[in-house]
Design a protein around this ligand. Structure first.
Ligand code: ZN
Length: 72
């Protein structure tokens, strides 16, 4: 699955984390994608290729969220 991701986007992975959650927040975007489990807070760094394989769906887009705007 080829997709564009942005900081603070929330994605659903195909496999559930040992803690029981499927949802992860994007923490870092670059050659590697850094994600953090929404439930247990675990952080994982994946190559973009592996990340795209593991993602099932985009749950919410951080950049369009009213809570993710720039602070003055
Ligand atoms: Zn977890």
């Amino acid at each position: 699955m080829v997709m564009e991701v942005h900081l603070n986007d929330v994605v659903q992975l195909r496999k559930k984390h040992p803690c029981g959650s499927y949802e992860w927040r994007i923490m870092r975007v670059g050659a590697d994608i850094g994600i953090q489990c929404l439930k247990c807070g675990r952080r994982v760094l994946l190559s973009r290729r592996i990340f795209e394989k593991r993602v099932k769906a985009l749950v919410s887009q951080g950049r369009v969220s009213p809570y993710a705007g720039h602070r003055p």
